[in-house]
Design a protein around this ligand. Structure first.
Ligand SMILES: Nc1ncnc2c1ncn2[C@@H]1O[C@H](COP(=O)(O)OP(=O)(O)OP(=O)(O)O)[C@@H](O)[C@H]1O
Ligand SMILES: [Mg+2]
Length: 514
């Protein structure tokens, strides 16, 4: 029998437009059981839209979907699940105050009316063992790390009988170790006969995990290739239509006056425990200080205390020689501190406001956008137009609500707002999170240019490669303390790795020197 007949799912000539955008233009894709199919493409290329159609969230304007040889008209996610199609979204949709078991039980058919969560906990246990997805059914979701929440989302789909599982950028929220674990889980799902769609901007992962790679550009399929018959450079070229440089050229840094001095910072986490236990840092203008570490070792609290979103219990923060220890977020922003937050939807934008309004969000009360208490619309428009162009934000218009942009374009919007005012100090958490290879290259270059123009940049990231490439010095956080600070030129991956696991610098250097 022809190979195509075995395809679990066939998408044929799917077309979907939104006001001002052709998001999918006659897209065809075949998904087979026991295979991982990666979807690659620039920000706004139409990946999420296509999968939302398969999952019944959007209706295609034209085209057909075939499931196991039957043409179907998928009306809702519930319908998609009944056809064996599950999806884990780019931004999770769990109910935070509920426990894991309650979240999984929600709307699940076949659970007993009496003590539903107990039955679910049992089924969850079986599935976690089978696929290697450890979770504690009694923990509350707000208490879980991003990686743990993702495991719950995957289990939620599996328990509902998903044979086809769509994972939309599952790795962008994970630590490198968790990425490795997830790729193993994908392997097990393959072996069990699932078909998996894997959306990612990280070419190495795609090449490692996928059997097939489909590249999209501007709503169309550029091509589908076998992973083993392609490489990074070829995929990047297919994606952006030009060569992409993976190595930046970085000039030596010339540190200026102090941009940030933090002394003896003690900060508590949401749970009340000490997340930062007396850390001290100094960062000059014209310098990038990388903060490496496994997520959950105090990075979030560090970023929040430096941007006025969290109170320091003890210690001092000086920005450009000014004591701003307990200053508000607004005051810090007005003093020239830019903030690229970790959670872009919750903290980076006001989803219902337009792209333009989001772009001037922090400066609408200052000139040139405000004079004599009056908002200068023309100035705001001009600024927004320039930012959209410079940062290549894909949006039908400046007045489109920010929440309608693709994930990567929301990130570009935040970067444009924060970086365009020539800030003196940039506190950046995962700045290239969710960006495609071309945009990542553009933002990394931009950060280097801002450094050369005299900005001090604190770069918090779990992406060691990014830190090694951009930072002038690297500090490693472990359980709320700094294990050491290393000049980037002298840092070895091994030494940083040892410090990330809790060895202090002297010991790590000795261990790494063998
Ligand atoms: N509900 C919607 N209303 C209007 N436009 C939308 C909607 N959803 C998506 N779009 C637009 O469709 C296009 C494709 O978006 P999509 O989210 O599919 O991109 P993507 O490939 O997933 O990008 P990213 O890598 O940034 O996540 C974008 O221009 C986006 O703004
Ligand atoms: Mg997307």
């Amino acid at each position: 029998m022809a190979e195509a007949a075995w395809a679990a799912i066939h998408l044929q000539n799917i077309t979907k437009s939104f006001p001002g955008v052709l998001a999918n233009d006659r897209v065809s894709l075949a998904l087979r059981s026991g295979e991982v199919h990666a979807l690659l493409g620039e920000n706004g290329a139409g990946k999420t839209t296509l999968m939302n159609i398969l999952y019944g969230l959007y209706r295609a304007d034209a085209g057909e979907i075939w499931v196991k040889g039957r043409k179907v008209n998928i009306r809702s996610p519930r319908h998609a699940l009944s056809l064996g199609i599950g999806m884990v979204h780019q931004h999770f949709k769990l109910v935070l105050p509920h426990t894991v078991a309650e979240n999984v039980a929600l709307g699940l058919s076949g659970t007993p009316f009496w003590a539903p969560t107990r039955a679910v906990a049992r089924r969850l246990g079986d599935l976690s063992d089978r696929y290697g997805l450890p979770v504690d059914p009694d923990r509350r979701v707000w208490d879980l790390s991003a990686g743990e929440q993702q495991r719950v989302e995957i289990l939620k789909a599996l328990i509902r009988g998903a044979e086809v599982l769509v994972l939309d950028e599952p790795t962008s929220v994970l630590t490198p170790h968790e990425v490795g674990e997830l790729l193993k889980v994908l392997g097990r799902m393959k072996a069990e006969g699932h078909a998996i769609v894997f959306i990612s901007h990280k070419l190495d992962e795609v090449l490692e995990a996928a059997d097939w790679v489909t590249v999209m550009r501007r709503g169309q399929v550029v091509g589908t290739v076998r992973a083993e018959e392609t490489d990074k450079a070829a995929l990047a070229r297919m994606m952006v239509g030009r060569e992409v440089v993976f190595r930046l050229t970085k000039k030596a840094c010339t540190p200026g006056e102090a941009a940030l001095v933090a002394e003896d910072l003690h900060v508590r986490s949401d749970r009340g425990s000490l997340a930062l236990k007396g850390i001290s840092l100094a960062l000059c203008r014209g310098e990038i200080l990388g903060v490496a570490g496994v997520a959950g070792n105090g990075q979030r609290e560090l970023v929040e205390v430096l941007t006025g979103l969290r109170r320091a219990e003890r210690g001092r923060v000086q920005v450009l020689g000014q004591d701003l220890t307990r200053a508000s977020a607004r005051r810090l922003s007005d003093s020239g501190v830019a903030h690229i937050p970790e959670e872009r939807i919750r903290m980076g934008i006001v989803p219902g406001l337009s792209v333009e309004e989001n772009l001037i969000l922090k400066r609408h009360h200052r000139p040139p956008f405000c004079r004599g208490g009056i908002l200068r619309l023309a100035a705001a428009r001009r600024f927004a137009g320039q930012a959209i162009e410079e940062y290549r934000i894909q949006t039908p218009s400046a007045r489109t609500p920010a929440k309608l942009l693709s994930g990567g374009n929301i990130q570009k919007l935040i970067l444009a707002r924060e970086l365009s005012g020539s800030p003196a100090l940039v506190i950046a958490a995962h700045p290239t999170y969710g960006l495609d290879v071309g945009a990542t290259e553009q933002i990394r270059e931009l950060l280097l240019r801002q450094r050369d123009a005299g900005a001090g940049i604190l770069l918090v990231s779990e992406d060691l490669e990014e830190i090694m490439e951009l930072a002038d010095r690297i500090a490693v956080l472990f359980r709320g303390e700094i294990m050491g600070v290393v000049p980037a030129g002298e840092a070895s991956l091994e030494e940083i790795g040892l410090m990330m696991a809790g060895e202090r610098r002297a010991a790590a250097a000795a261990g790494g020197g063998r």
